[in-house]
Design a protein around this ligand. Structure first.
Ligand code: BTN
Length: 245
């Protein structure tokens, strides 16, 4: 066991743990590994201005505050750290087929089990504060129909999980990847690429020109994805590309 310390601010209901973490950072000095956690969010935020829905008390809804002092151009590393931390945690529970869908959704097979929303505040050329917002489906068994179906730990393993234990064990994994990323970033880069959903396969995507069959080539350091489309290389930002499977 490491001697890693964190502190948790717990709520039963809040607008969004990311929004609360943001307010906290505006109002005072906040220690690294301060975590805001809630049972329910009224306005849970997802990527690209979407929302994040979760049944009350069933899932992990948490925002982890760190002060990574990373260069702005390396900010995508935070997404890799959070995604790999979640993947490591799921692997440790022997959940099979855990993949990271670019940029940082966590899938089991083709179903989404976790989403990450990272919000950074930048001072000069450095990231001063970072909020790692994590929604991990744990004990929920019924989900609305989304474009991509959802799953949970309970659905995958048949077991019930204590959310406090899930948070503690997950934070250990994220902290490990954080230290690893400072000491040896190339391992984090390699593990991220090796864990990517669809890497090396022909897959159906959609860009502003329509649907196409493409192949992921790599992920650039700034987080953009490079695909092969009809023998040519194209580079996309998150908003510019949709995975159709
Ligand atoms: C996504 O996949 O779109 C990202 C979802 C991130 C959801 C989490 S839940 C805890 C934290 N607070 C929020 O409002 N959002 C993140």
């Amino acid at each position: 066991m490491s001697n890693f310390n964190f502190s948790v601010i717990n709520f039963s209901c809040i607008d969004s743990t990311n929004s609360y973490a943001h307010q906290l950072l505006q109002s005072k000095k906040v220690e690294d590994w301060t975590v805001v956690r809630t049972d329910f969010q009224v306005q849970g935020k997802g990527q690209i201005e979407s929302s994040w829905e979760s049944e009350e008390g069933k899932n992990l809804l948490a925002s982890v505050i760190i002060h990574p002092k990373l260069k702005v151009e390396d900010q995508f590393r935070l997404g890799k750290i959070a995604a790999l931390g979640i993947k490591d945690y799921l692997d440790s529970l022997s959940v099979e087929n855990v993949r990271i869908k670019w940029p940082n959704d966590i899938l089991i097979g083709k179903k989404k089990i976790a989403g990450i929303l990272i919000e950074n505040s930048i001072v000069g050329k450095l990231i001063n504060d970072s909020i790692l917002g994590i929604g991990l489906n744990v004990n929920q068994t019924v989900f609305k129909k989304f474009k991509r179906p959802a799953t949970s730990l309970r659905l995958e393993t048949g077991q019930y999980y204590q959310l406090t234990t899930v948070l503690e064990e997950l934070l250990e994994k994220i902290h490990f990847r954080y230290l690893q990323s400072n000491a040896n970033p190339s391992i984090v880069d390699k593990d991220y690429l090796d864990s990517l959903y669809g890497v090396g396969m022909q897959m159906k995507f959609k860009d502003k020109e329509g649907e196409f069959l493409g192949r992921i080539l790599t992920i650039l350091n700034d987080g953009r994805i490079q695909l092969d489309k009809l023998g040519k290389t194209y580079t996309y930002e998150l908003k510019e590309l949709e995975f159709l499977i």
